[in-house]
Write a protein that binds this ligand. Structure first.
Ligand code: MD6
Ligand code: FE
Length: 216
């Protein structure tokens, strides 16, 4: 049975409910992929992906960069949003129109109107890369949705509860899938299991995740 039925709404083709205000939109980004990848190449020419340091001083296994008015950064001082790229001292590249359009459409399809993302974190995963369970709490508004776009190699997304120890759902994500979580589900713990080496026809042995937020 589609999980949508658990949340008192008709199950819709390609939409899976992970919570009252959390949805997986299967293949939702596929019509945007060409525009996303072209825009991504432009963004990364100006702000190349890099392995930021955790507050503990270790290099993150994910390589990341940002676009939009604000970018998520990590270093020995902690996690925060910054209007400039610490590597160049310049503002982050502007949010490409295709990113914003996709994020708005996905948020609307998941029940969130008036979404205005001002930050997009771009994560690059290789085989073996993982993202440990965490909550996204560095944004000003802890209810505005997060829109997470998967490109390239498949991954298993962990979607837990409001406490770290809560059992996490294991959600397989494919190229083109979009996950949206906000409202009562916004502070749920989430992460990504270590990636298997399952090269993708378009992107090879890489997974790219675009995570859009209303941060400021
Ligand atoms: C992902 N990323 O890469 C999801 N959250 O699939 C995140 O959930 C995330 O990379 C907060 C800060 C950095 C991140
Ligand atoms: Fe996160």
């Amino acid at each position: 049975m589609a999980q949508g039925a658990l949340f008192d709404e008709p199950a819709q083709q390609g939409i899976v409910a992970l919570g009252p205000e959390a949805r997986v939109l299967r293949g939702f980004a596929l019509p945007w992929v060409d525009r996303l990848l072209a825009a991504l190449a432009e963004v990364e020419r100006a702000a190349p992906p890099r392995h930021m340091l955790t507050p503990g001083g270790l290099a993150m296994s994910v390589a990341n960069t940002n676009c939009g008015a604000l970018g998520w950064v990590s270093d020995r001082r902690g996690y925060r949003y910054s209007a400039t790229d610490p590597q160049s001292g310049q503002p982050w590249p502007a949010m490409p129109a295709a990113f914003a359009e996709l994020a708005l459409a996905a948020a609307a399809a998941a029940g969130f109107a008036d979404y205005a993302p001002d930050a997009c974190l771009i994560n690059h995963y290789r085989p073996g890369t993982r993202l440990s369970l965490h909550q996204d709490k560095d944004e000003r508004d802890h209810r505005a949705p997060i829109v997470s776009v998967s490109l390239g190699m498949p991954a298993v997304f962990l979607f837990g509860g409001l406490a770290r120890a809560d059992k996490a759902l294991r959600v397989p994500l494919q190229h083109g899938d979009v996950v949206v979580w906000g409202g009562v589900d916004r502070l749920r713990f989430h992460g990504v299991l270590p990636l298997k080496e399952l090269p993708h026809p378009l992107l090879g042995a890489e997974r790219i995740n675009l995570t859009l937020r209303q941060a400021g």
